[in-house]
Design a protein around this ligand. Sequence first.
Ligand SMILES: [Zn+2]
Length: 248
Amino acid sequence: MADKGNSPMRRKERKEKEFTEMTEEMKKEGQRTVDNGELSSGEAVNNGAVAISQNGDFQVEPTELPPFEIITGDRIDPFVFKFQFKNVEYSSGRNKTFLCYLVDKGNTADGLLRGYLEDEHTGSHAEEVFFIQCLPHYDPTLKYTVTWYVSSSPCSACAAKIAEVLKARKNVKLSIFAARLFEWEEVEIQAGLKALHAAGCKLRVMKPLDFSYTWDTFVENEEQPLNLWEDCKENYEYYHEKLSDILQ
Ligand SMILES: [Zn+2]
């Protein structure tokens, strides 16, 4: 197996590269949004929700973004999407989960339910909130087809909760497409993903085409196509291989 960049040196380099890219993107975006007059630069930075501590790590800026907050919405800001869904190997600064959802209840007048949730890892997680806010009334006579596009795969607690829901509600079919695998090296995380898989959840890593689809469906894209970042496919293959290893 070739070096996948896991040596401490490579990790550090990647982290630094990622950091530089992100701050440049944020600077550019801050400039752009101010020019448009749509957002103040403060708001644009707030969407990124990062600050840099003395040791160079990213941290949530608590005064700007309070914890225990769940944000729901129709379409995601394009800059926020490009940052939060980027399938980088190390997710520095991306300390929240974005969950885009589609719900099809079969033959009902409700049509297709579409929207997104975002959380902070310090509060209730988006995965849990979905079942409370987006699917509060469960009708056992309906067939639910639920699709999530998430910025990162569930933590072990959420995976266990989702697995419980799927076991109790046999006519809910859930597919989860994740941009990144959250702490996939951890044994509990791997156990959570296996439990989800065993409970009938379809788990996949987002392919380049899935990013374009999510962009078209859930982002304020102003009719512009998504320009995929250069290592999107390579990163997908990396995570896809990890997930296959975990679930086999
Ligand atoms: Zn969670």
